[in-house]
Design a protein around this ligand. Structure first.
Ligand SMILES: O=C([O-])CC(=O)C(=O)O
Ligand SMILES: [Mg+2]
Length: 222
């Protein structure tokens, strides 16, 4: 099996899992991956794929713009944009949504805000952000890095790390740990389903949780 096959395989596994279980699995192995403060524009949105990283900084006196990097993003990638958490100017809008959707880019995660939200909803193009706002970043931000590691919400995101995002938010899984994290997350999902089944069958929640080890599911493995 080639590295590409393995990556495809683990992406398939992560795609089947909710971010809640992936986050618990990251807790279990002691990795920080949850991007606090970023949420989906629609609860139906879900995106899984390797990170394509982009960073903006204030334009200051230079003439800046947003989005020209889009032509270089491969199909299936999740674009991760770091605008340092700014919520007063956008780094994503409707033209970018239309192009990204047509090129089958998997989604966009923004440490900042976006506009033209209706285009994202109409195209079912998944965007996760700190919110929405209409004032453009054009002339206000400039692109400073593409394909370099980012630091968002205390999490380091390297290009190619696997981004998983759904109604609960976005988490990042380092490629080297992805198979282990996916296996643990699948285990957590199975155990939680057993707890629900036991409770539905008449067990108390306390007894069901005790029986299946609920309280330790996410605890750091020694
Ligand atoms: O200024 C922006 O955020 C970009 C924009 O509106 C678009 O791509 O349609
Ligand atoms: Mg626009």
């Amino acid at each position: 099996m080639t590295a590409l096959d393995r990556a495809g395989d683990v992406l398939g596994r992560l795609r089947a899992l909710p971010t809640a279980a992936i986050s618990d699995a990251l807790d279990r192995v002691g990795l920080a991956g949850a991007l606090h403060g970023l949420g989906p524009l629609s609860n139906d949105f879900r995106a899984v794929g390797p990170a394509f990283t982009v960073r903006y900084a204030p334009a200051d006196d230079e003439r800046g713009s947003v989005g020209d990097f889009l032509d270089d993003v491969p199909q299936g990638a999740v674009i991760v944009i770091d605008n340092d958490g700014r919520t007063d100017v956008t780094v994503w809008g409707g033209i970018m949504t239309e192009v990204a959707a047509a090129r089958r880019i998997a989604g966009t995660v923004i440490n900042g805000v976006c506009r033209d939200v209706s285009a994202s909803l109409e195209q079912s193009y998944p965007i996760f952000s700190r919110g929405r706002f209409m004032r453009t970043g054009k002339d206000r931000v400039r692109l400073v890095a593409v394909g370099e590691p980012l630091r968002v919400s205390g999490v380091t995101i390297k290009p190619g790390d696997l981004v998983c995002a759904d109604a609960d938010g976005a988490v990042v899984v380092p490629t080297a740990d992805a198979i282990r994290v996916a296996e643990l997350a699948a285990h957590i999902e199975r155990v939680e389903a057993e707890i629900v089944a036991a409770a539905r069958a008449g067990s108390t929640l306390r007894a069901a949780r005790e029986r299946f080890g609920y309280h330790q599911l996410q605890s750091r493995q020694s």
